[in-house]
Design a protein around this ligand. Structure first.
Ligand SMILES: Nc1ncnc2c1ncn2[C@@H]1O[C@H](COP(=O)(O)OP(=O)(O)OP(=O)(O)O)[C@@H](O)[C@H]1O
Length: 322
């Protein structure tokens, strides 16, 4: 395999689910998604509920068939042995055999990826320690809390030291300490050179972990790039706190505003750098006061909200047609 082979490649990937008694309603869960994920990248898939993140992951994990387009893992089709051999997977709701103990479950996962003997013993012990489950590994999984199930799910995903880790909401259900531990673990995997694809709603996790992100809205790619690139290509914005004028009066001053919000007795606005001087002048002329002015850091959260509002205001879920 050449060094340039992509870890994950999707080309024009689409998925339509059929719904209703006559199967006559269609949900366009993915609409022509193209992604290129290089080996060694930690890649975040972001998007509102129903954007198509889990569907993308399920197609890559061969749990769902694409309606059209193609997907490959290290150059191999998702249903091939070659693709599966290289992947550790944590599903959205890991539902492991709940009568097994955590340790038995991780051991089984290790055996399934070909580990045995002392190497298996060593790896099981190692990963149980890494996910903070050494003490509770002897309990049946049905006794675990959601966060513990999540940790054991992650342990089974990494036991075989896969080249690619695919994680569907890895930190969901975890307390802040647990989230930090799982984040550290993903960082360790990144150090090891593992490619990681994960989807999440937790934007600080994306900022802490990812080299690259894609924002999906309605099954389409709304943004894609390195975190750095996506944030620095944004127009610099200034945040002003205005007193003595109502929100409507500020809006009626006629200057383009990125955002305007009514707080008690003051208005908070965000405007692009270029519009700040004329805006200031108009506020003072209208009898208002500017009590605070600071440059605002454009965050991934802003980017996410911007992508959503451009795509369609407040839409949640794939497009439904009949
Ligand atoms: N098995 C299914 N049958 C019918 N529709 C489905 C099925 N699975 C997903 N969908 C629909 O496809 C769209 C995309 O769902 P998907 O689970 O991929 O979104 P998501 O981005 O992972 O959402 P979330 O963040 O809420 O987990 C949604 O409108 C969802 O209702």
């Amino acid at each position: 395999m050449s060094a340039e082979t992509l870890a994950i490649e999707t080309r024009d990937l689409s998925k339509t689910y059929r719904l209703g008694f006559w199967m006559n309603k269609r949900v366009l869960a993915l609409q022509g998604l193209t992604l290129n994920i290089q080996p060694g990248q930690v890649y975040g898939l972001l998007g509102p509920n129903g954007a198509g993140k889990s569907t993308t992951i399920k197609i890559l994990m061969n749990l769902v068939q694409a309606t059209s387009g193609s997907a490959a893992i290290f150059g191999h089709a998702p249903d091939s042995k070659e693709a599966r051999r290289n992947v550790g997977f944590l599903p959205e709701n890991p539902a492991p055999y709940e009568y097994l103990t955590g340790e038995e479950f991780v051991r089984l996962a290790g055996q399934l990826v070909g580990l045995s003997g002392q190497e298996l013993d060593r790896r099981v012990k190692e990963v149980l320690g890494a996910v903070g489950m050494s003490r509770t590994a002897g309990l049946q999984i049905r006794r675990y809390s959601k966060g513990m199930v999540q940790r054991i799910g992650l342990a089974q995903a990494i036991v075989g030291q896969p080249k690619l880790l695919v994680l569907d909401e890895p930190t969901s259900g975890l307390d802040p300490v647990g989230r930090r531990e799982i984040r550290d673990l993903i960082l360790q995997e990144r150090e090891r050179g593992t490619t990681v694809l994960f989807c999440t709603h937790i934007i600080p996790d994306v900022e802490a972990l990812c080299n690259r992100v894609a924002v999906l809205v309605n099954g389409r790619l709304a943004r894609e790039g390195s975190v750095q690139e996506l944030l620095t290509t944004q127009v610099p914005v200034v945040e002003l706190t205005i007193e003595g004028l109502a929100l409507e009066s500020v809006r009626n001053l006629g200057h383009p505003l990125e955002q305007a919000q009514d707080l008690t007795n003051r208005v908070l606005v965000r405007a692009a750098n270029a519009h700040v001087q004329p805006l200031l002048k108009s506020v003072l002329e209208a009898g208002g006061r500017v009590t605070q002015l600071q440059s605002a850091r454009f965050s991934l959260e802003d980017l996410f909200l911007q992508a959503m509002s451009e795509a369609r205001h407040g839409t949640v879920g794939g497009e439904i047609t009949s």
